[in-house]
Ligand binder design. Sequence first.
Ligand SMILES: *[C@@H]1O[C@H](CO)[C@@H](O)[C@H](O)[C@H]1NC(C)=O
Ligand SMILES: *[C@@H]1O[C@H](CO)[C@@H](O)[C@H](O)[C@H]1NC(C)=O
Ligand SMILES: *[C@@H]1O[C@H](CO)[C@@H](O)[C@H](O)[C@H]1NC(C)=O
Ligand SMILES: *[C@@H]1O[C@H](CO)[C@@H](O)[C@H](O)[C@H]1NC(C)=O
Ligand SMILES: *[C@@H]1O[C@H](CO)[C@@H](O)[C@H](O)[C@H]1NC(C)=O
Ligand SMILES: *[C@@H]1O[C@H](CO)[C@@H](O)[C@H](O)[C@H]1NC(C)=O
Ligand SMILES: *[C@@H]1O[C@H](CO)[C@@H](O)[C@H](O)[C@H]1NC(C)=O
Ligand SMILES: *[C@@H]1O[C@H](CO)[C@@H](O)[C@H](O)[C@H]1NC(C)=O
Ligand SMILES: *[C@@H]1O[C@H](CO)[C@@H](O)[C@H](O)[C@H]1NC(C)=O
Ligand SMILES: *[C@@H]1O[C@H](CO)[C@@H](O)[C@H](O)[C@H]1NC(C)=O
Length: 730
Amino acid sequence: MILLTLLARSLIGLGFIRSARADPSSYQWQDSLSSDAAPDWQKYVRSPPNQIVRPVAVLANYTQGNVTNPNGLLTGRGATTFTRTSVSAGTEKDVPPTIVVDFGQNVVGVLSINFDGAQSFNDTPGLPGIRLAFSETLQYLTNVSDFSRSYNGDTITPGSDQIAVNPYPYTWTDIHGCEYGNEVCEDGLHGFRYVKIYLDALPSDAPDTTSYGSVSIGSMSLNFSAFLGTPNTFTGYFESSDDQLNQWWYDGVYTNDMCTDIFRVNDTDPRGAASPTLIGKLVLHDGAKRDRDPYVGDLAVSARTSYVSHDLHLAPRNVLADLGDHQRADGWIPPASINNYTLPLLDYPLWWVVCSYDLFMYTGDTAYIQQYYPNIVKVLDTFYPSVTNTNTSLISKGVGVSGGYGDYAFLPRQGPVTYYNALYVLALDNAASIATFLGGSKQADADRWTARAQVVSAALNKYNFDTTNGAFFDGTCGGEAYCQTHAQDGNSLSIVTGVANGTRANQVLSYLSSNNARPYGNSFYDNDVIGAGFSQRVYAFISYFEIEARFLVGSASSALEEIRRLYGWMASHDPMSTQWEGIGDNGTPYEGAYTSMAHGWGTGIVPALTNYVLGVIPQGPGFSVYSIKPMPGDIHWAKGAVPTLNGPIRVSWNSNPGGGQFYLSASAPAGTQGTIYVPVANSTVAVYLDSKQYFAANGTQSLSQDGYVAIPINDAQTHTITVGFQQKSN
Ligand SMILES: *[C@@H]1O[C@H](CO)[C@@H](O)[C@H](O)[C@H]1NC(C)=O
Ligand SMILES: *[C@@H]1O[C@H](CO)[C@@H](O)[C@H](O)[C@H]1NC(C)=O
Ligand SMILES: *[C@@H]1O[C@H](CO)[C@@H](O)[C@H](O)[C@H]1NC(C)=O
Ligand SMILES: *[C@@H]1O[C@H](CO)[C@@H](O)[C@H](O)[C@H]1NC(C)=O
Ligand SMILES: *[C@@H]1O[C@H](CO)[C@@H](O)[C@H](O)[C@H]1NC(C)=O
Ligand SMILES: *[C@@H]1O[C@H](CO)[C@@H](O)[C@H](O)[C@H]1NC(C)=O
Ligand SMILES: *[C@@H]1O[C@H](CO)[C@@H](O)[C@H](O)[C@H]1NC(C)=O
Ligand SMILES: *[C@@H]1O[C@H](CO)[C@@H](O)[C@H](O)[C@H]1NC(C)=O
Ligand SMILES: *[C@@H]1O[C@H](CO)[C@@H](O)[C@H](O)[C@H]1NC(C)=O
Ligand SMILES: *[C@@H]1O[C@H](CO)[C@@H](O)[C@H](O)[C@H]1NC(C)=O
């Protein structure tokens, strides 16, 4: 039904082509965006419908020992009963009764179990013990959780959650702490898809609990703790002719929603992260399962996902403001609250500048940018000069305090690392834009930062480019010489920032295609010179910048190809619906069980498709100035909306790839100024704005080099732009 509607729409479009030949002004294209009663995109939304989430299955092949009515806790038709007698204690026959409950997709929150009762046996006094082991994947489902706060130093459990089951019916809720002194302890919140439930007790929990007895579970549920992104919460959306891309866009939003939560002392990273200035605030954690601490580098991707899906600007704003408030005297800004704001990273203070710019551009938060402007000045003018080699003008790891500093992947790299410097250029350019928007005396800052960005950019091109291979070197291996290795991060950012000109950008991207392509994405190193396994490791986080780079050079097809490998892999591997922290050898979770399988920084597909396929990008604070420049690749149509301060920017386009025709309808809120770019691949066609010929390759106007025609828009009307056959003016 829905597909038929869409097909009909494209057919109308194609029909128009034919009639346009006769009379383009007769075309009346209906904007479908506001008229959809039950929008089709809602079918992709992954969020549970309610905060209370029920499991969907008990995995029969995992049931062990004496379990009666294993599905009872799902169906409500009788309890699921676990029975374990001590008759065969100590022998192989003594199998703990076990079931594995599947919530159907990755979820996060606090589990509750409704016990119908429990029975102790005379020979084994004490309450029967139940142990829970949570996991995001079946691969890492064991008798202990794939992750527990205890693995990060909060050692109250051995990795499983323990329950002493009372004889009477009651609801048990997984609250961080211990039931008896420091015995029978539980983690509290978990991010997981599967939970193994087994009748067993820790020897150290005796005599409070015993491994024997009988326990009945009537039902169980999860109280979803994170942002519940139901369809009515979407202020932005995306849909296209590619059903898989659509699903992955909504998977990304759900992944990010799972990381959006209130900062609480007992379910965040136990390693000194529970800052009093964060507790109780809405934040964007790095991951749902772990680390559960908001990191600013991660926000470079995850905040954009928030802005274009639910316009949830408060979560990133709270994080950015808090980190700005903890700026060190020398200008350095902490990456996160962990270790009481002391984790030494060299790249994250630059991401703080970039993310502050994004917050301003996507949400128009002038109060934030004015308040934290002095922090921008200090980090760029005090801290980074202190780690710059004045001989080369490049940030050089080893200069000043930077020697022991790490980055998003704690990489042991040295010297004038391309990534730090390309990111420095991005931060300087973003800061210069902020200064120009704020105006007045700040223009001097803008000029200084722009000049410095140009110097760093030139130095990178002069010193760091490997002309033999056509890619930037990563950095040095301790000595003077550059290592024979090339990283995805610096090379991609060199294109995003314009450090690499057109020639070099194409060389770099073709180098990455030839050397870094894996079945599950593009690896972050071309070889293993810096670390074992690096040539097989893929970070969706840093791949986002390569994908952006591919769109920016006009190669939508190679951007989409990389997206499909990377996101297609994650979507087809357990837990299926959420996007990962990192991918390692053979496409497995890169840090084994510890890997977070729902990590906000892995959701770059969301801003990538919104910014480049739908085509909407802010060019002024809060989208006061915007651009719409769709890059279709092999996609036939796309439609969606991007939330702004004063209402959505809506776009809908369709095309017949290869045929040169293109139709776009768009509207933006009052008071904004935009430029709409339409692709004009075929120089024999003309462009019509609201049915009036706007452009024709007739000698007086010529196509820009990238094959787009730019049309300025200064009002809140819905405009339609068509690229079709030129009218013969006879
Ligand atoms: C058990 O069943 C689940 C769900 O049907 C399946 O995904 C999984 O691969 C099976 N595991 C084993 C070890 O057979
Ligand atoms: C399993 O436990 C039930 C009680 O819940 C008991 O009636 C039954 O005999 C047990 N089965 C076995 C094989 O021990
Ligand atoms: C988990 O099971 C393994 C065997 O698979 C066993 O060696 C280990 O002691 C068990 N751990 C706990 C905490 O029960
Ligand atoms: C955190 O957990 C501890 C037990 O480990 C408990 O004493 C404390 O009350 C909890 N704090 C909050 C705010 O829940
Ligand atoms: C779910 O958790 C929230 C936050 O702790 C709480 O306010 C709410 O009452 C809980 N809902 C249920 C049904 O327990
Ligand atoms: C964190 O650092 C601040 C400032 O240095 C200090 O005042 C505070 O006591 C520290 N907190 C902890 C828990 O160490
Ligand atoms: C800059 O060059 C001078 C002279 O060659 C040298 O002594 C100094 O160590 C260099 N500085 C750095 C940071 O490499
Ligand atoms: C790009 O930069 C390189 C190195 O500076 C230069 O040789 C080349 O001509 C430039 N290409 C373009 C198109 O500007
Ligand atoms: C442009 O489109 C027209 C109509 O489809 C076609 O006849 C012509 O060959 C195309 N030109 C090019 C250069 O593709
Ligand atoms: C060329 O196209 C432009 C814009 O559509 C129009 O104003 C102009 O009259 C055309 N010139 C000729 C010679 O057709």
